[in-house]
Design a binder for this molecule. Sequence first.
Ligand SMILES: Cc1ncc(COP(=O)(O)O)c(C=O)c1O
Length: 369
Amino acid sequence: MIPVFKPFSDEKEMRNLKEVIDSGWWGMGPRTSEFENKFATYIGAKHALGLNSATAALHLALMCIGVKDLEVITPSMTFVSTNHAILYNGGIPVFCDVEPDNLNVTAANIEKLITPKTRAIIVVHYGGYACDMDPIMELAKQHNLYVVEDCAHACGGRYKGKMLGTIGHFGSFSFQAVKNLSTGDGAMLVTNDDEWATRIKRLRWVGISKDTFERGAGNSYDWFYDVTEAGFKYHMNDIMAAIGLAQLEKLDWMNARRRNITEQYKEAFATVPQISVPPVKSYMFPACHNFVIKTERRDELRQHLMMNGISSGVHYYPNHLFEMYKPYYKELPVSETIWKKLVTLPLYPGMTEDEFKHVIRAIWGFFKV
Ligand SMILES: Cc1ncc(COP(=O)(O)O)c(C=O)c1O
Protein backbone atom coordinates (compact mmCIF):
# COMPACT_ATOMS: atom_id res chain seq x y z
CA MET A 1 0.00 0.00 0.00
CA ILE A 2 1.11 3.53 -0.70
CA PRO A 3 0.72 5.31 2.66
CA VAL A 4 -0.91 8.73 3.13
CA PHE A 5 2.08 10.07 5.06
CA LYS A 6 5.61 8.83 5.65
CA PRO A 7 8.50 10.44 7.55
CA PHE A 8 11.70 11.09 5.62
CA SER A 9 15.16 10.45 7.06
CA ASP A 10 18.75 9.81 6.00
CA GLU A 11 21.97 8.87 7.79
CA LYS A 12 22.01 12.20 9.71
CA GLU A 13 19.19 11.16 12.06
CA MET A 14 21.02 7.91 12.88
CA ARG A 15 24.33 9.70 13.42
CA ASN A 16 22.77 12.27 15.78
CA LEU A 17 20.88 9.55 17.65
CA LYS A 18 24.01 7.48 18.13
CA GLU A 19 25.84 10.52 19.46
CA VAL A 20 23.14 11.18 22.05
CA ILE A 21 22.86 7.53 23.06
CA ASP A 22 26.65 7.27 23.44
CA SER A 23 26.79 10.55 25.37
CA GLY A 24 24.88 9.09 28.29
CA TRP A 25 22.55 12.11 28.49
CA TRP A 26 19.17 11.04 27.08
CA GLY A 27 16.87 13.40 28.96
CA MET A 28 16.28 17.10 28.36
CA GLY A 29 19.77 18.57 27.97
CA PRO A 30 22.26 20.11 25.55
CA ARG A 31 20.69 18.76 22.36
CA THR A 32 17.25 20.04 23.39
CA SER A 33 18.76 23.52 23.97
CA GLU A 34 20.59 23.37 20.66
CA PHE A 35 17.41 22.36 18.83
CA GLU A 36 15.43 25.13 20.59
CA ASN A 37 18.03 27.75 19.64
CA LYS A 38 18.26 26.60 16.01
CA PHE A 39 14.47 26.38 15.70
CA ALA A 40 14.02 29.87 17.20
CA THR A 41 16.52 31.23 14.67
CA TYR A 42 14.89 29.38 11.78
CA ILE A 43 11.40 30.60 12.68
CA GLY A 44 12.51 34.06 13.79
CA ALA A 45 11.02 33.96 17.31
CA LYS A 46 12.69 35.02 20.55
CA HIS A 47 11.88 31.80 22.39
CA ALA A 48 11.29 28.22 21.24
CA LEU A 49 10.41 25.73 23.99
CA GLY A 50 10.79 22.01 23.28
CA LEU A 51 7.82 19.91 24.40
CA ASN A 52 6.65 16.33 23.96
CA SER A 53 3.54 17.13 21.88
CA ALA A 54 1.65 19.99 20.34
CA THR A 55 -1.33 18.95 22.44
CA ALA A 56 0.88 19.94 25.41
CA ALA A 57 2.02 23.11 23.60
CA LEU A 58 -1.54 24.29 23.03
CA HIS A 59 -2.43 23.42 26.62
CA LEU A 60 0.44 25.55 27.98
CA ALA A 61 -0.11 28.44 25.54
CA LEU A 62 -3.73 28.80 26.64
CA MET A 63 -2.70 28.35 30.27
CA CYS A 64 -0.38 31.37 29.99
CA ILE A 65 -3.09 33.40 28.28
CA GLY A 66 -5.66 32.36 30.91
CA VAL A 67 -8.99 31.30 29.40
CA LYS A 68 -10.88 29.93 32.42
CA ASP A 69 -14.63 30.56 31.96
CA LEU A 70 -13.79 32.65 28.91
CA GLU A 71 -14.49 32.03 25.23
CA VAL A 72 -11.93 30.92 22.67
CA ILE A 73 -12.88 31.18 19.01
CA THR A 74 -11.57 28.10 17.23
CA PRO A 75 -12.08 25.98 14.12
CA SER A 76 -14.01 22.73 14.22
CA MET A 77 -12.17 21.52 11.12
CA THR A 78 -9.04 20.41 12.99
CA PHE A 79 -7.50 17.61 14.99
CA VAL A 80 -9.29 17.43 18.30
CA SER A 81 -6.21 18.43 20.37
CA THR A 82 -6.70 22.03 19.24
CA ASN A 83 -10.00 22.12 21.08
CA HIS A 84 -9.18 19.82 23.98
CA ALA A 85 -6.54 22.41 24.95
CA ILE A 86 -9.34 24.91 25.57
CA LEU A 87 -11.21 22.45 27.80
CA TYR A 88 -8.03 21.49 29.71
CA ASN A 89 -7.89 25.15 30.75
CA GLY A 90 -11.56 25.49 31.69
CA GLY A 91 -12.28 27.65 28.63
CA ILE A 92 -15.33 27.63 26.36
CA PRO A 93 -14.77 26.65 22.71
CA VAL A 94 -16.73 28.82 20.30
CA PHE A 95 -16.60 27.06 16.97
CA CYS A 96 -15.92 29.09 13.86
CA ASP A 97 -16.72 28.10 10.30
CA VAL A 98 -14.08 27.95 7.58
CA GLU A 99 -13.73 29.10 4.00
CA PRO A 100 -14.66 26.28 1.63
CA ASP A 101 -11.50 26.32 -0.51
CA ASN A 102 -8.62 26.25 2.01
CA LEU A 103 -10.65 25.19 5.08
CA ASN A 104 -9.22 28.07 7.13
CA VAL A 105 -11.01 30.40 9.55
CA THR A 106 -11.45 33.98 8.33
CA ALA A 107 -11.64 37.36 10.07
CA ALA A 108 -15.22 37.79 8.80
CA ASN A 109 -16.33 34.52 10.42
CA ILE A 110 -14.41 35.24 13.62
CA GLU A 111 -15.83 38.75 13.98
CA LYS A 112 -19.41 37.45 14.17
CA LEU A 113 -18.48 35.37 17.22
CA ILE A 114 -16.75 37.99 19.37
CA THR A 115 -18.52 38.75 22.66
CA PRO A 116 -17.40 40.48 25.88
CA LYS A 117 -16.31 37.00 27.12
CA THR A 118 -13.95 36.33 24.21
CA ARG A 119 -10.33 36.01 25.32
CA ALA A 120 -8.49 34.33 22.46
CA ILE A 121 -8.58 33.05 18.89
CA ILE A 122 -6.95 29.84 17.69
CA VAL A 123 -6.17 29.63 14.00
CA VAL A 124 -5.11 26.41 12.30
CA HIS A 125 -3.18 26.87 9.07
CA TYR A 126 -4.95 23.90 7.55
CA GLY A 127 -2.70 21.69 5.44
CA GLY A 128 0.10 24.26 5.80
CA TYR A 129 -1.82 26.91 3.79
CA ALA A 130 -1.81 30.19 5.75
CA CYS A 131 -4.92 31.79 7.17
CA ASP A 132 -5.26 35.42 6.11
CA MET A 133 -3.54 36.74 9.24
CA ASP A 134 -3.51 40.55 8.76
CA PRO A 135 -7.28 41.04 9.20
CA ILE A 136 -7.31 38.46 12.01
CA MET A 137 -4.53 40.26 13.91
CA GLU A 138 -6.26 43.60 13.30
CA LEU A 139 -9.47 42.21 14.79
CA ALA A 140 -7.57 40.78 17.76
CA LYS A 141 -5.95 44.15 18.38
CA GLN A 142 -9.27 46.00 18.23
CA HIS A 143 -10.86 43.64 20.75
CA ASN A 144 -7.79 42.94 22.93
CA LEU A 145 -7.66 39.26 22.11
CA TYR A 146 -4.77 36.80 22.08
CA VAL A 147 -4.02 34.75 18.98
CA VAL A 148 -2.55 31.25 19.01
CA GLU A 149 -1.37 29.86 15.69
CA ASP A 150 -1.75 26.09 15.55
CA CYS A 151 1.06 25.35 13.09
CA ALA A 152 0.86 21.55 13.35
CA HIS A 153 0.65 21.42 9.55
CA ALA A 154 2.60 24.54 8.81
CA CYS A 155 6.26 24.15 9.81
CA GLY A 156 8.24 26.22 7.30
CA GLY A 157 5.19 27.83 5.70
CA ARG A 158 4.86 31.59 5.36
CA TYR A 159 2.28 34.37 5.21
CA LYS A 160 3.29 37.42 3.14
CA GLY A 161 6.90 36.36 3.70
CA LYS A 162 6.53 35.99 7.49
CA MET A 163 7.10 32.60 9.06
CA LEU A 164 3.89 31.02 10.28
CA GLY A 165 3.91 30.80 14.05
CA THR A 166 5.49 34.24 14.52
CA ILE A 167 2.45 36.37 13.73
CA GLY A 168 0.20 35.56 16.70
CA HIS A 169 1.16 35.62 20.38
CA PHE A 170 2.07 31.92 20.31
CA GLY A 171 2.99 29.48 17.54
CA SER A 172 2.56 25.77 18.24
CA PHE A 173 4.40 23.24 16.05
CA SER A 174 3.82 19.48 16.16
CA PHE A 175 6.67 17.06 15.41
CA GLN A 176 4.42 13.99 15.60
CA ALA A 177 5.35 11.10 13.31
CA VAL A 178 3.75 12.33 10.08
CA LYS A 179 4.41 16.05 10.35
CA ASN A 180 6.65 18.08 8.00
CA LEU A 181 9.39 17.94 10.63
CA SER A 182 9.09 14.81 12.74
CA THR A 183 10.72 13.54 15.93
CA GLY A 184 8.27 10.65 16.40
CA ASP A 185 6.41 12.78 18.91
CA GLY A 186 7.44 16.24 20.02
CA ALA A 187 6.67 19.92 19.58
CA MET A 188 7.96 23.48 19.78
CA LEU A 189 6.02 26.35 21.29
CA VAL A 190 7.33 29.73 20.14
CA THR A 191 6.70 33.18 21.57
CA ASN A 192 8.43 36.54 21.88
CA ASP A 193 7.25 37.02 25.46
CA ASP A 194 9.98 36.53 28.11
CA GLU A 195 7.63 35.93 31.06
CA TRP A 196 5.58 33.34 29.24
CA ALA A 197 8.75 31.58 28.10
CA THR A 198 10.02 31.38 31.70
CA ARG A 199 6.67 30.05 32.90
CA ILE A 200 6.50 27.43 30.14
CA LYS A 201 9.96 26.17 31.10
CA ARG A 202 8.61 25.56 34.59
CA LEU A 203 5.26 24.17 33.52
CA ARG A 204 6.81 21.63 31.15
CA TRP A 205 8.94 20.22 33.95
CA VAL A 206 6.35 19.60 36.69
CA GLY A 207 6.69 23.17 37.97
CA ILE A 208 10.34 22.86 38.98
CA SER A 209 12.22 26.14 38.94
CA LYS A 210 15.43 24.76 37.35
CA ASP A 211 15.77 21.73 35.09
CA THR A 212 18.20 18.91 35.86
CA PHE A 213 20.63 19.91 33.13
CA GLU A 214 20.76 23.52 34.37
CA ARG A 215 21.34 22.29 37.91
CA GLY A 216 24.20 20.08 36.77
CA ALA A 217 25.77 22.74 34.56
CA GLY A 218 28.64 23.33 36.99
CA ASN A 219 30.77 20.45 38.19
CA SER A 220 28.68 19.76 41.25
CA TYR A 221 25.12 18.58 40.99
CA ASP A 222 23.10 21.25 42.77
CA TRP A 223 20.25 19.19 44.14
CA PHE A 224 18.06 22.03 45.39
CA TYR A 225 15.13 23.36 43.41
CA ASP A 226 11.86 24.96 44.32
CA VAL A 227 8.45 23.94 42.96
CA THR A 228 6.25 26.93 42.36
CA GLU A 229 3.18 25.51 40.61
CA ALA A 230 1.69 22.17 39.63
CA GLY A 231 3.26 21.74 36.21
CA PHE A 232 3.25 18.80 33.82
CA LYS A 233 5.69 16.24 32.41
CA TYR A 234 5.64 17.85 28.97
CA HIS A 235 9.29 18.47 28.13
CA MET A 236 11.25 17.35 25.07
CA ASN A 237 14.28 15.05 25.54
CA ASP A 238 17.66 14.85 23.78
CA ILE A 239 16.68 11.74 21.82
CA MET A 240 13.80 13.64 20.19
CA ALA A 241 16.03 16.70 19.74
CA ALA A 242 18.74 14.63 18.01
CA ILE A 243 16.22 13.61 15.35
CA GLY A 244 14.76 17.12 15.24
CA LEU A 245 18.16 18.72 14.54
CA ALA A 246 18.69 16.42 11.57
CA GLN A 247 15.16 17.08 10.32
CA LEU A 248 15.47 20.86 10.66
CA GLU A 249 18.51 20.87 8.36
CA LYS A 250 16.46 19.40 5.53
CA LEU A 251 13.05 20.88 6.33
CA ASP A 252 13.13 23.41 3.47
CA TRP A 253 14.19 20.70 1.04
CA MET A 254 11.45 18.35 2.28
CA ASN A 255 8.84 21.11 1.99
CA ALA A 256 10.05 21.93 -1.54
CA ARG A 257 9.51 18.25 -2.44
CA ARG A 258 5.99 18.45 -0.98
CA ARG A 259 5.26 21.57 -3.04
CA ASN A 260 6.63 19.96 -6.17
CA ILE A 261 4.48 16.83 -5.83
CA THR A 262 1.47 19.04 -5.00
CA GLU A 263 2.03 20.99 -8.23
CA GLN A 264 2.18 17.78 -10.24
CA TYR A 265 -1.03 16.52 -8.64
CA LYS A 266 -2.73 19.82 -9.42
CA GLU A 267 -1.61 19.81 -13.01
CA ALA A 268 -2.85 16.25 -13.45
CA PHE A 269 -6.23 16.98 -11.84
CA ALA A 270 -6.85 20.16 -13.81
CA THR A 271 -8.54 17.88 -16.35
CA VAL A 272 -10.86 16.32 -13.75
CA PRO A 273 -13.81 18.67 -13.18
CA GLN A 274 -15.29 16.37 -10.51
CA ILE A 275 -12.55 17.23 -8.02
CA SER A 276 -11.28 20.50 -6.58
CA VAL A 277 -7.88 21.18 -5.08
CA PRO A 278 -6.66 23.74 -2.50
CA PRO A 279 -5.72 27.06 -4.14
CA VAL A 280 -2.50 28.90 -3.29
CA LYS A 281 -3.56 32.49 -2.57
CA SER A 282 -1.24 35.44 -3.10
CA TYR A 283 -0.35 35.67 0.61
CA MET A 284 0.57 31.98 0.96
CA PHE A 285 3.86 30.15 0.74
CA PRO A 286 2.47 26.77 1.77
CA ALA A 287 4.19 24.05 3.75
CA CYS A 288 2.01 21.54 1.83
CA HIS A 289 1.57 19.19 4.77
CA ASN A 290 -1.22 17.27 3.09
CA PHE A 291 -3.00 17.17 -0.24
CA VAL A 292 -6.74 17.27 0.30
CA ILE A 293 -9.12 17.11 -2.64
CA LYS A 294 -12.90 17.53 -2.58
CA THR A 295 -15.30 15.32 -4.47
CA GLU A 296 -18.99 14.41 -4.22
CA ARG A 297 -17.99 10.73 -4.62
CA ARG A 298 -15.64 10.61 -1.64
CA ASP A 299 -16.41 7.16 -0.25
CA GLU A 300 -16.49 5.46 -3.66
CA LEU A 301 -13.20 7.10 -4.59
CA ARG A 302 -11.54 6.00 -1.34
CA GLN A 303 -12.73 2.45 -1.95
CA HIS A 304 -11.33 2.55 -5.51
CA LEU A 305 -7.99 3.86 -4.24
CA MET A 306 -7.80 1.12 -1.64
CA MET A 307 -8.43 -1.54 -4.32
CA ASN A 308 -5.48 -0.01 -6.19
CA GLY A 309 -3.11 -0.22 -3.22
CA ILE A 310 -3.44 3.44 -2.24
CA SER A 311 -4.26 4.61 1.28
CA SER A 312 -6.21 7.81 1.76
CA GLY A 313 -7.50 9.77 4.74
CA VAL A 314 -10.25 12.13 5.85
CA HIS A 315 -9.12 15.28 7.67
CA TYR A 316 -11.27 16.04 9.61
CA TYR A 317 -14.59 15.06 11.07
CA PRO A 318 -15.71 18.44 12.40
CA ASN A 319 -15.00 18.52 16.13
CA HIS A 320 -18.29 20.18 17.05
CA LEU A 321 -20.10 17.02 15.89
CA PHE A 322 -18.22 14.78 18.34
CA GLU A 323 -20.35 13.53 21.21
CA MET A 324 -18.34 15.36 23.86
CA TYR A 325 -18.46 18.70 22.02
CA LYS A 326 -22.25 18.67 21.67
CA PRO A 327 -22.69 21.19 24.50
CA TYR A 328 -20.74 23.67 22.31
CA TYR A 329 -22.64 22.87 19.11
CA LYS A 330 -23.46 25.68 16.74
CA GLU A 331 -24.41 25.35 13.12
CA LEU A 332 -21.39 25.60 10.81
CA PRO A 333 -22.76 25.22 7.27
CA VAL A 334 -19.40 24.91 5.48
CA SER A 335 -17.70 22.52 7.94
CA GLU A 336 -20.83 20.35 8.20
CA THR A 337 -21.11 19.79 4.46
CA ILE A 338 -17.54 19.90 3.26
CA TRP A 339 -16.06 17.16 5.44
CA LYS A 340 -18.15 14.62 3.51
CA LYS A 341 -16.24 15.55 0.35
CA LEU A 342 -12.68 15.49 1.71
CA VAL A 343 -10.07 12.94 0.70
CA THR A 344 -6.43 13.22 1.78
CA LEU A 345 -4.18 11.72 -0.90
CA PRO A 346 -0.67 10.36 -0.29
CA LEU A 347 1.97 13.09 0.02
CA TYR A 348 5.41 12.80 1.59
CA PRO A 349 8.91 14.00 0.64
CA GLY A 350 10.25 10.56 -0.25
CA MET A 351 7.34 9.77 -2.56
CA THR A 352 8.66 8.35 -5.83
CA GLU A 353 7.51 9.36 -9.28
CA ASP A 354 6.08 5.84 -9.75
CA GLU A 355 4.06 6.26 -6.58
CA PHE A 356 2.47 9.61 -7.33
CA LYS A 357 1.89 8.68 -10.98
CA HIS A 358 0.12 5.54 -9.77
CA VAL A 359 -2.15 7.73 -7.61
CA ILE A 360 -2.83 10.07 -10.54
CA ARG A 361 -3.64 7.18 -12.90
CA ALA A 362 -5.96 5.59 -10.34
CA ILE A 363 -7.88 8.86 -10.02
CA TRP A 364 -8.04 9.37 -13.78
CA GLY A 365 -9.30 5.79 -14.06
CA PHE A 366 -12.02 6.36 -11.46
CA PHE A 367 -13.30 9.52 -13.15
CA LYS A 368 -12.75 8.01 -16.63
CA VAL A 369 -10.57 10.89 -17.83
C1 LIG B 1 -4.02 20.74 13.60
C2 LIG B 1 -3.38 19.94 14.70
N1 LIG B 1 -3.26 20.49 15.92
C3 LIG B 1 -2.68 19.83 16.94
C4 LIG B 1 -2.20 18.55 16.78
C5 LIG B 1 -1.60 17.85 17.96
O1 LIG B 1 -0.28 17.53 17.74
P1 LIG B 1 0.48 16.42 18.63
O2 LIG B 1 0.17 15.09 18.02
O3 LIG B 1 1.93 16.78 18.51
O4 LIG B 1 -0.02 16.53 20.01
C6 LIG B 1 -2.28 17.94 15.53
C7 LIG B 1 -1.76 16.59 15.32
O5 LIG B 1 -2.13 15.87 14.43
C8 LIG B 1 -2.90 18.65 14.47
O6 LIG B 1 -3.01 18.11 13.24
